[in-house]
Design a protein around this ligand. Structure first.
Ligand code: ZN
Ligand code: ZN
Length: 343
């Protein structure tokens, strides 16, 4: 039986949120954004080559999807896209990076497999970079620092060496809780074989075996095109959702509410909310609205696969909006009226 939980983060939980509460202190560790560091001097030509090749291959995959591949192959590619993103959103993001809920062993295994399917670095590395991103948002130590522009925060950060502050801080992040999870340990140990089999081989073979698609079409549609789109969708959280949208919860930070990004990422675009309440399991206060991940997590909670789910209360949100929100007190009342999912 799952441990009992009120569904609301206890005050001591909030105080203990190392990822958030120590943030202002943490930023003192890094130098200002003006420090001289020219990324052009530290490019990774091999990464640049592979990402160009990936996008050319994805364009070709799109052509095949429209002109040659079976329709069911495209539907299958969309399904694989969603499962791969689920390994990011529910898995490495909400579960392992933020500990917004706890999950039973079988679900953790499933999430780790979806994570390998997404091929965005192992759970360990992804969570480490993400914790640094939250703690040092928009500083030199932020791996995806959006102050360096849309392109850098979208993909540019993968094309060059990490800023020295990112490397220095990344090595200091507390990852003991993550390493204590055997699922994370073995996913990291067998990361390459799991990526080859789940991200590349499985999506190629399934359409060929079950409905007679050519291996060529299956590879370019369900692997190359799907992988490229899922990567870009995830990157939009770091780029677009750090630039475009409203900031109702905290007007002092760059992350913004972006519904388009939410639609593309199964619910990860409510980014002003998420950076304000990073421990909240839903990354939004709007429940199932544009948030497939939350729909799935609510189901998993009902059947006992997840527990200790952390939730904000309307009172906490209103208090925060009145204090730091873009619209201040005026819109808080109206916001209360919009509160539809928590009653
Ligand atoms: Zn962010
Ligand atoms: Zn996050």
């Amino acid at each position: 039986m799952p441990p009992q939980n009120t569904g609301v983060a206890a005050p001591e939980d909030l105080r203990d949120r190392k990822l958030d509460s120590s943030k202002s202190d943490a930023k003192k560790d890094v130098k200002g954004d003006s420090e001289e560091w020219n990324y052009w001097d530290h490019l990774y030509p091999v990464n640049i080559f592979w990402f160009i090749l990936l996008h050319v291959g994805a364009a070709y995959g799109l052509k095949l999807a429209i002109t040659d591949a079976k329709f069911v192959t495209t539907l299958y590619a969309i399904l694989v896209y969603k499962f791969s993103l689920f390994g990011i959103t529910a898995g490495v993001h909400r579960l392992w990076s933020h500990r917004a809920y706890k999950a039973r062993f079988p679900l953790r295994v499933f999430l780790a497999m979806c994570n390998s399917l997404s091929y965005q670095n192992s759970v360990y590395e992804w969570a480490r970079d993400h914790r640094v991103h939250h703690k040092y948002t928009e500083t030199n130590a932020d791996p995806v620092n959006s102050k360096r522009g849309f392109f850098f925060s979208h993909v540019g950060w993968l094309l060059c060496k990490k800023h020295p502050d990112v490397q220095r801080i990344g090595g200091k992040v507390d990852m003991s809780d993550i390493l204590a999870d055997p699922v994370v340990f073995y996913q990291r140990k067998y990361y390459i074989p799991s990526v080859i089999s789940l991200c590349f081989v499985m999506p190629t073979v399934v359409p060929w075996y079950f409905w007679g698609e050519t291996l060529w079409n299956a590879y370019f549609v369900a692997v190359v095109l799907r992988y490229c789109l899922a990567l870009n969708a995830t990157w939009l959280v770091n780029s677009a959702a750090h630039m475009f949208g409203d900031r109702p919860y905290d007007k002092n930070i760059a992350p913004a509410e972006n519904r388009i990004v939410s639609a593309l990422t199964l619910g990860e675009g409510f980014h002003n909310f998420h950076h304000t309440f990073p421990w909240e399991y839903s990354t939004s206060e709007w429940g199932w609205k544009i948030n497939l991940t939350t729909i799935a997590l609510d189901f998993f909670e009902k059947v006992g696969l997840i527990y200790d789910v952390k939730r904000v209360t309307p009172e906490m949100i209103k208090a925060r909006m009145a204090r730091t929100g873009r619209h201040g007190h005026e819109v808080v009342e109206e916001h209360e009226y919009m509160w539809i999912d928590k009653k």
